[in-house]
Design a protein around this ligand. Structure first.
Ligand code: PGA
Ligand code: ZN
Length: 419
């Protein structure tokens, strides 16, 4: 099946910012994909091309749209839609830079994902099955969700703050049970927030979690523990945090609330939180440029808990290789738009698996109705997802798609949950 055309348009994400939707036509099939967008982005991420003109405070994506409509369309027209790697490679070569700065990673990844969808359709299989085929991993599995129920940092307009506190229902027996536990805890937490801080405390941040008006980290984590206790899931549900610490790293030191830490002191601070609050995974505990800090963290805590690299790795095999060699962390946060194509995302996951790392497929704080990553996490069989709180449809569209996939796999007796 040959590609008749690819084209794109400017649409809007969950924060009301312009983003790009690509469309691919092959025969009678037309498929689309929309790109998400981060706020606390890693500096080595592939470049999101923005117009930098008056419209939308510079955030328009019409140049990226034009790149799809003219340059990318010109190259991809006539190619076979199932040649994912070749198609991605063609766009990467056409771009000609390390970080997709010419065409825009947003242009390239939108097309890349729409191509994957169209190819799955031509093969008459589900998107997750096709992604499993592309990755040569035929071990579909529903993820244990990390759900960000208390938002902070850039996603809540706060400074010197840990960004995300997530519930992680490892003791659930199925994905739907994990959903039930998480949703019940989410509502218990909402009630608690309102009781403690008044009705406005029920309002939410960018990823659907609440934003308590307190600065003390232990008090925040205490709130989550209380909500978990309230629902009776203390044994089944653990806590995970994403510090996004590059945001509070200044001149060699880390600032959380009123406190200042060096990398060693910060590791001790985390170590204390781990034992008090049942924390089993820490993401971006150190800043993206502080490779030595990462080393200290992983040396001290890497045997006990999952140490996840997000800004550090930007889903790029170059940084994953370095981190493996230097023992900087032991898990990859995978964000498709960070590297800018489906093939490169798969390569990053595979390199991680080969080195016995865990992989967590992740959304961005600016999301859309596109549920591609739900199929991706099942297809790659990573066993962990990070798609935000179970609130607002930009997040729930992923969870609802996972419920559909769970049903489909259950009917075939193939619904594996977690790793
Ligand atoms: P971002 O945040 O999408 O704003 O980069 C998510 C994260 O840090 O994991
Ligand atoms: Zn992160």
């Amino acid at each position: 099946m040959q590609i008749d055309y690819v084209k794109a348009r400017q649409v809007f994400d969950s924060r009301g910012n312009p983003t790009i939707e690509a469309e691919v036509k092959t025969g009678k099939i037309i498929e689309r994909a929309i790109v998400a967008s981060g706020a606390s982005t890693g500096s080595n991420e592939a470049i999101e091309l923005r117009d930098k003109e008056k419209a939308f405070n510079g955030k328009g994506v019409l140049k990226a749209v034009e790149n799809v409509n003219l340059k990318i369309n010109e190259k991809l027209k006539g190619m076979t839609v199932t040649e994912q790697e070749n198609i991605d490679k063609t766009m990467i070569e056409l771009d000609g830079t390390e970080n997709k700065a010419n065409l825009g990673a947003n242009a390239v990844v939108a097309v890349s994902m729409a191509v994957t969808r169209a190819a799955a359709k031509t093969k008459e299989i589900s998107l997750y099955e096709y992604l499993g085929e592309l990755a040569d991993i035929k071990k579909y599995c529903l993820p244990v969700p990390q759900m960000n129920v208390l938002n902070g940092g850039k996603h809540a307009g706060l400074e010197n703050d840990i960004q995300e506190r997530m519930i992680y229902p490892v003791g659930a027996k199925s994905f739907s049970e994990a959903m039930q536990m998480s949703v019940e805890i989410y509502h218990a937490l909402k009630k608690l927030m309102k009781k403690k801080f008044g009705s406005l405390a029920g309002l939410i941040g960018d990823e659907g979690g609440f934003v308590p008006k307190i600065t003390d980290e232990e008090q925040k984590l205490e709130l989550i523990l209380n909500a978990i206790e309230e629902t009776g899931y203390t044994k089944e549900v653990k806590i995970v945090i994403d510090c996004a610490s590059s945001e509070f790293f200044k001149e060699g030191n880390y600032f959380i609330g009123e406190k200042k830490f060096n990398a060693g002191e910060l590791t001790d601070f985390y170590s204390d939180l781990i034992s008090k609050f049942n924390i089993v995974s820490i993401e971006d505990g150190m800043a993206e440029q502080d490779w030595q800090g990462w080393n200290i963290l992983t040396e001290k805590l890497g045997k006990k808990i999952q140490i996840v690299g997000d800004d550090l790795l930007v889903t790029n095999i170059k940084f994953i290789e370095k981190a493996i060699k230097e023992n900087s962390c032991n898990a990859l946060l995978l964000k498709v738009n960070q590297i800018g194509s489906v093939s490169e995302s798969i390569a990053s996951a595979k390199l991680s698996f080969e080195n016995n790392w865990n992989v967590i497929v992740s959304h961005r704080s600016g999301e859309t109705e596109d549920g591609f990553i739900a199929d991706l996490v099942v297809g790659l069989g990573t066993g962990q997802s990070k798609f935000g709180a179970p609130a607002r449809s930009d997040r729930n569209t992923k969870y609802n798609q996972l419920l559909r996939i769970e049903e489909e796999l259950s009917e075939k007796n193939k619904a594996v949950f977690g790793k």
